[in-house]
Design a protein around this ligand. Structure first.
Ligand code: CA
Length: 534
């Protein structure tokens, strides 16, 4: 992958001596983004001799040549829109001057034509992880208590606090105890076809490799999502002393044996003990890097996301694929405008059909709500220089690296053992929903890039956060794990930061805590429920 084309020149204002720095992503582009902290004032002179005719904020686009109304504005060598009036070179190109192109259709897409880059295998890289009975590998050793319905959340919270304060000190190899709480389970149209998505999401999260195959459930009793519907026989590992047909090991709060609140708490705490004992007996062992299942996503993106952090993640994604690992990218509305790139990059026709199926289903889901993909961009994205979803998508998809897409997951589905390499896990772009669905897919390590900044973290899985700008990395020095801004501002290469991230992934997978883990920053599980509520 090339380092972005960066140019610099001292501008003419002697009162503010600084090099005017811009980044152009492709030779054919007619816009470039301003790199300098605080932006560049009018009168700044670029390397090419072009003078800015107005102030341009950091991360925003400068027009490099005059455009007539209707002419194409190009970034990443892709049309991100057309000028809605004549524009002069040196001016600030923001979203109010750009007419967004329509979405690419699903007919006549290039299918599986891109050649496999045939990257050489990467051997000998390992981490220290927890091998599970089913062959999967955890990067953490967590007791996760599955819940069938939101009604039990408060009780589970108190039981979890008690387990942590009174019992956990006896189980030093157990990293944490958490309740898998959510808003689903009752008051929902559980027989609606789309209810399969939240139900399988909850089922598959309870089987995430970081929970060691220990499944225990807290249920209310009268809810629609009954324990054996959540975890039908055969869908979960059988624990000692139980049989599959007994159903998952469940504490039911409405059970007649419970007299008073404390008996419910006591029941949950006592049920947890054998699970804690089994988890505590586990030890980290040396595991090949091929057992990593990494989910990547971005949140709070800015114009640097597609220049620094996401290309570095893309380079690391290729390293993971070369090491035989699995890497998932997601966020439907952020790849929708690059559907032709995706279908072309699929390993075969069947995978391409799966991509089209997922993205067209998502288009119709958005249509039902009378919006389209353009509902994705936020005020923060625009303030950060991203004019529209096309520009955001081109910067987002770079996270997936350069290898061929080997398979596609529908929302809430779990990876099968043979699904390795680059996977498109179809999810909404919402940070919490995407993270929740990637957990269900079996993610054991999460990479999150951010430009505007977010304190995002998950209790279920370590999250490595990558800053797109050094200014953010400096200000949020105890929240950001990697500063990819050095690619724009300090001459670091995409390859350097990609390797750094790869090595950090192995360290974090082996137990090193990320900043989000040190502060215990835990966002909620948020289910994707496209079915009606009642
Ligand atoms: Ca996101």
């Amino acid at each position: 992958m090339n380092t972005p084309l960066s140019t610099g020149n001292p501008h003419t204002n002697n009162a503010l001596p600084q090099i005017a720095r811009i980044i152009k992503m492709h030779e054919e582009d007619n816009v470039a983004i301003v790199v300098n902290d605080g932006g560049l004032p009018a009168g700044s002179v670029l390397d090419s001799g072009l003078t800015l005719i107005e102030k341009i904020p950091q991360g925003h686009k400068v027009l490099l040549k005059d455009l007539a109304q209707g002419e194409i504005i190009k970034r990443y060598n892709v049309c991100i829109g057309r000028a809605n009036k004549p524009l002069l070179a040196g001016s600030w190109v923001h979203e109010r001057l750009i007419e967004m192109p329509g979405a690419v259709g699903f007919d006549n897409l290039p299918i599986a034509q891109q050649k496999d880059p045939c990257l050489s295998p990467l051997e000998g890289y390992t981490f220290e992880g927890y091998r599970n009975k089913d062959g999967s590998v955890g990067t953490r050793n967590i007791l996760a208590i599955t819940t069938t319905v939101q009604c039990v959340a408060g009780v589970v919270d108190i039981a979890v606090q008690r387990i942590k304060s009174e019992l956990l000190c006896n189980y030093p190899h157990v990293d944490d105890v958490i309740g898998l709480e959510h808003t689903y389970g009752c008051g929902v149209a559980i027989d609606a076809p789309d209810a399969i998505i939240p139900i399988r999401t909850l089922r598959n999260i309870s089987l995430n490799p970081n929970f060691g195959g220990e499944v225990m459930v807290v249920s209310l009793g009268c809810e629609k999502l009954q324990p054996d519907r959540l975890l039908p026989p055969g869908s979960f590992p059988i624990q000692s002393g139980t049989k599959s047909e007994d159903g998952p090991q469940t504490v039911c709060l409405q059970n007649d044996s419970h007299i008073g609140f404390m008996s419910m708490i006591e029941d949950i705490v006592q049920t947890a003990v054998p699970h804690l004992e089994r988890l505590n007996a586990r030890k980290r062992e040396t595991i090949p890097a091929s057992e990593l299942i990494v989910g990547v996503q971005c949140g709070g993106s800015d114009a640097f996301s597609g220049v620094t952090a996401n290309p570095a993640v893309g380079f690391a994604a290729d390293l993971l694929v070369r090491a035989g690992a699995t890497i998932m990218f997601s966020e439907n509305t952020e790849v929708r405008d690059a559907v032709d790139q995706l279908t072309n990059r699929c390993a075969n026709q069947e995978v391409a059909s799966d991509v089209i199926r997922e993205l067209s289903w998502y288009d119709s889901y958005l249509e039902r709500g009378r919006v389209d993909r353009s509902a994705n961009t936020t005020p923060g994205n625009k303030a950060g220089g991203l004019s529209n979803i096309v520009e955001k998508a081109m910067g987002s998809i770079i996270k997936s690296g350069t290898t061929l897409i080997q398979s596609v997951l529908s929302p809430g589905e779990k990876l099968k053992k043979n699904q390795r390499g680059l996977v498109f896990a179809a999810t909404p772009a919402s940070d919490f929903i995407c993270g929740t669905l990637q957990l269900a897919a079996g993610m054991n390590l999460h990479i999150f890039t951010t430009g505007r900044g977010t304190p995002y973290g998950l209790a279920e899985c370590p999250v490595i956060k990558v800053a797109t700008r050094s200014d953010l990395a400096r200000r949020w020095h105890d929240l950001m794990d990697v500063d990819a801004g050095r690619i724009a501002s300090a001459g670091a290469s995409i390859e350097d930061v990609g390797w750094e991230l790869f090595h950090l992934m192995l360290e974090v997978a082996s137990g090193k805590k990320t900043w989000a883990e040190q502060w215990k920053l835990h966002n909620a599980l948020v289910l994707f429920n496209p079915a009606p509520v009642t």
